[in-house]
Design a protein around this ligand. Structure first.
Ligand code: MN
Ligand code: MN
Length: 471
């Protein structure tokens, strides 16, 4: 007797490989989608730059900042230049619920300290002290070209935007790593997490001095002169500034087949971008339910503060669009809107890495090229700190994706005892909404060179589009 082919019985679950199953039209659409995505990653390099980029795009598409004129159905709101929400008002009252894709636009990075500049007495170089932001592996940030981005406010209150290191002829900055010849005690004797101490992540900023100078700390003095000439700033202006170091590299195709994108900040701008593109697809029609894209800040440090997902901003935004829609936005109605809402917590997940497959349990992990990853829960250990999406909603999201022909897969973030991570899912679920984690799988998450599959990038966009348009 021939062995029964269980794969074709229709009884087994098997995820589908996009490249294997998709037609040529879908494959070229996926490739094309990635081209615009790389441009977005190169333009939206920081939280503020992502908000600015998105605002400009929305204004081009005739969206209006709230408060808007009566009848305007495409609206958005930016709060403190670091968080924003965008809505297209639907046919049904918002109190009956809305469909939201919620991503975060901050990414792990290395900030400059508030009083960063000093002249190192041992090397006579002008250096900058740093303080890392979010969960980085510190050793990745040394001996790699870095760009300096941020904002400085001068004494008169005027803002100076800084962006050095991205253009081909810009200088870049380096935090030098210790040479292997002399690293035996300082680094090799330590464990990986301690081998690069945060206090040794000082940036070499500049080295020249004024010709013939007798000045003490002449390298620092010369650096300040250059800064003053270029931007009109003084050392005291650093104290209030927000300056960050990010990889001075552009997003690029990866792999011989160009099937992947490598670039910084894909956690979580990949979900922000795909969510935004999915929302813009609804621009010329009136969706059934109001659709919202929410970009939060500070996710990498706990979503606190007035721009993090814990803040009042998103509730206030929904209250504002209820008013815009001519509905009562009293607290009962606002609570009702959230309790009837369905939300995708649009954040990345971890793909199986060929070098470390052991941290995943393969059957319940996400792999490249099989579509957007759904995670019923995140958290660590015994699902600690997770939003465990309800089965009813999980099944509904799967139905939405299947009906739209979206490539998707179910997967957890690593084996239970390996570590773990969280998203903003639980914060929004605390408001009563149905929320599930759903995003693209990355390899090398939180590194300077995060990797994604173009099949999964495109599938994420298609998933968000189907979800936003669902009833
Ligand atoms: Mn994330
Ligand atoms: Mn992250």
């Amino acid at each position: 007797m021939k062995k029964k082919d269980t794969k074709k019985s229709g009884l087994t679950y098997e995820r589908k490989n996009f490249w294997k199953e998709a037609d040529s039209e879908q494959i070229s659409a996926a490739m094309e989608f990635a081209e615009a995505y790389k441009k977005f990653l190169d333009a939206a390099r920081t939280v503020r730059e992502t908000i600015d980029f998105t605002t400009a795009l929305l204004e081009n598409h005739k969206f209006t900042a709230l408060p808007a004129k009566k009848g305007q159905k495409r609206v958005f709101s930016v709060f403190r230049n670091k968080t924003m929400a965008i809505a297209i008002l639907g046919k049904k009252p918002i109190s009956e619920g809305f469909n939201m894709v919620a991503a975060h636009v901050d990414a792990p990075r290395v900030d400059l300290k508030q009083n960063p500049l000093y002249e190192d007495s041992s090397s006579s170089l002008a250096c900058m002290k740093t303080h890392y932001y979010g969960g980085i592996k510190k050793y990745q940030w040394v001996s790699t070209p870095l760009a300096l981005h941020g904002i400085i406010f001068k004494k008169d209150g005027t803002a100076v935007n800084i962006s050095i290191g991205d253009k081909d002829d810009d200088p870049v900055f380096i935090i030098p790593d210790l040479l292997p010849h002399l690293a035996r005690k300082e680094q090799y004797a330590k464990n990986l997490a301690d081998a690069v101490d945060a206090s040794k992540m000082n940036l070499v900023f500049s080295g020249m001095v004024e010709p013939g100078t007798e000045e003490k700390e002449a390298a620092k003095g010369y650096a300040l002169k250059l800064l003053n000439d270029a931007y009109g700033i003084t050392e005291a202006d650093f104290l209030s500034a927000e300056l960050e170091l990010i990889p001075a590299t552009k997003a690029r195709d990866a792999g011989l087949d160009r099937s992947m994108v490598v670039g910084y900040g894909q956690d979580d701008r990949i979900c922000a971008y795909t969510g935004l593109m999915a929302l813009l697809d609804n621009m010329d029609k009136t969706p059934e339910r109001t659709v919202i894209a929410y970009f939060s800040d500070k996710e990498e440090v706990g979503s606190m503060g007035n721009t993090g997902a814990h803040s009042i901003f998103i509730q206030d935004f929904v209250a504002q669009i209820m008013k815009q829609n001519g509905e009562s936005n009293d607290s009962v109605n606002l609570r009702k809107a959230f309790m009837n809402a369905q939300i995708l917590s649009a954040d990345v997940t971890a793909a199986i890495d060929p070098n470390y497959p052991g941290v995943h349990e393969k059957q319940n992990a996400v792999i490249f090229n099989c579509g957007v990853g759904i995670a019923k829960f995140t958290g660590s250990g015994g699902k600690s700190g997770c939003n465990d999406a309800n089965a009813e909603f999980t099944a509904k999201v799967i139905r939405i994706f299947n009906d739209a022909g979206v490539y998707w897969q179910m997967g957890e973030l690593g084996k239970p005892d390996e570590g773990g991570g969280g998203t903003i899912a639980y914060i929004l679920a605390n408001l009563g909404a149905e929320v599930i984690d759903c995003g693209t799988a990355l390899m090398g998450m939180h590194s300077l060179y995060e990797l994604c599959s173009k099949a999964d990038l495109y599938s994420t966009y298609r998933a968000y589009k189907a979800f936003l348009e669902s009833k």
